[in-house]
Design a protein around this ligand. Structure first.
Ligand SMILES: [Zn+2]
Length: 405
């Protein structure tokens, strides 16, 4: 039997023709919930932990108040000073999903008793999940009642069991600016997700943003930023979906660089930072990573994070350090690679911290810079200039944690 992995997701359910009366009801419940939560916040944490629903006077059902108490003692609640708005949360024992004909309904306690409200799916992809919930093959968690753009939704968390796939190999995924992402295995072809079209569109977003800023149209600016974020999100969905398809085809887990802390340690010149087409600070690689992670998990595959700065300066054929200039990579043994493809091949080859014997023999550059950690010594690549990369390596010599050894 294959190992099962639990994959949690949140699905968004819309209410069908919610009447004004019910909308008003949800409004009142949310206001009451926020009020209770803020009152609880006035108590010290110790006392909040001991709170029971019996001690709280309010209109909400105790099942709902329990969730509110729990929220104020949770890690996020502990950090909160005041809730502007705390949505109603209903735990999995207090809601029920039913289906009549083609209509799904969800019932849960309100201030006017138990209500059953018809819902439909915000995305048709989630249809099997609802059916799974009804059949019991998918486990439902708690849901939140959330108002978005004047409409009410149920944000329901669901947990699926997915059989883990025994993979034979790994593919590397290098993220950068020339290419938002390049995936490849040790040998064979790679897949490129070009960054040039995206760069163009981002400059357009930036131009407009500047105009709005100068005109002090801040509401429009906020809208514009959201628009850009949605656009980036949709691209990240597409890229991650295609990477997953490639990984399935290769029956491989995916290795990426751990970009955490990359903002702090990596240098990017002021000029290229202010040009948003070039700026790595604002492309949402993190969101790409998250999407990739759950999409792989749903297929029983894994996302492996390789500690950051090693990949892009060693040759994926022989392992020695080479030179990178823009898209080109050369090593002293005469191998040529596309720089991003080289980096993703290196990621695919990574097997922990071990070091090739040939690497030790040939890596004269590494010896001379006293890098005998058995590491392919390089920072994440992107569009750093040669000078910056060298600076980075020297810098990291004084910080052994960067090498994870
Ligand atoms: Zn080489």
């Amino acid at each position: 039997m294959a190992n099962m992995v639990k994959v949690a997701r949140t699905i968004k359910l819309k209410f069908v023709n919610l009447n004004r009366c019910k909308a008003q009801l949800f409004e009142e419940m949310t206001a009451e919930n926020t009020r209770i939560a803020n009152e609880l916040l006035l108590l010290p944490l110790q006392e909040r932990r001991k709170m029971t629903t019996a001690k709280i006077v309010c209109d909400l059902k105790s099942a709902l108040v329990n969730q509110t108490i729990r929220h104020t003692t949770s890690p996020t609640g502990r950090k909160t000073k005041h809730y502007k708005m705390l949505p109603i949360e209903v735990n999995n024992q207090n809601w029920k999903l039913t289906k009549k004909g083609d209509t799904y309904s969800i019932s849960f306690p309100t201030i006017k008793g138990e209500k059953r409200v018809p819902i439909y799916l915000a995305s048709s992809h989630w249809q099997p999940l609802l059916d799974g919930l009804l059949e019991g093959t998918v486990k439902g968690g708690s849901f939140k009642l959330i108002k978005h753009r004047n409409k009410w939704y149920v944000y329901l968390s669901v947990i699926e069991d997915v059989p883990e796939v025994a993979t034979e190999t790994r593919i590397g995924c290098d993220r950068g600016q020339n290419n938002i992402s390049v995936v490849a295995s040790k040998k064979g072809f790679g897949k490129f997700f070009s960054g040039s079209e995206v760069m163009h569109r981002r400059r357009y977003f930036q131009r407009r943003r500047k105009q709005l800023q100068q005109a002090k149209k801040f509401r429009a600016l906020k809208k514009w930023d959201k628009k850009e974020r949605r656009w980036m999100d949709s691209i990240n969905h597409t890229i991650s979906r295609r990477i997953v398809r490639f990984a399935e085809y290769k029956n491989a887990d995916v290795v990426i660089e751990d970009l955490e802390g990359c903002r702090k340690t990596m240098k990017q010149s002021q000029k290229s930072r202010s040009d948003s087409g070039q700026s790595r600070h604002s492309w949402s690689f993190y969101s790409l990573e998250q999407k990739l992670e759950y999409k792989l998990a749903l297929k029983g595959l894994k996302l492996i994070k390789r500690p950051a700065p090693y990949t892009s300066k060693s040759c994926c054929t022989c392992g020695v350090l080479g030179n990178r200039k823009k898209h080109h990579f050369h090593c002293s043994n005469g191998h040529y690679h596309n720089a991003d493809l080289n980096a993703s091949r290196n990621l695919a080859q990574w097997d922990g911290f071990s070091c090739d014997l040939t690497l030790k023999k040939d890596a004269s550059v590494m010896d001379s810079s006293d890098l005998n950690h058995g590491v392919f010594g390089t920072p994440p690549n992107f569009m750093n200039t040669q000078k910056e990369q060298i600076e980075y390596i020297q810098l990291s010599l004084f910080d052994p944690t960067l090498f994870g050894s």
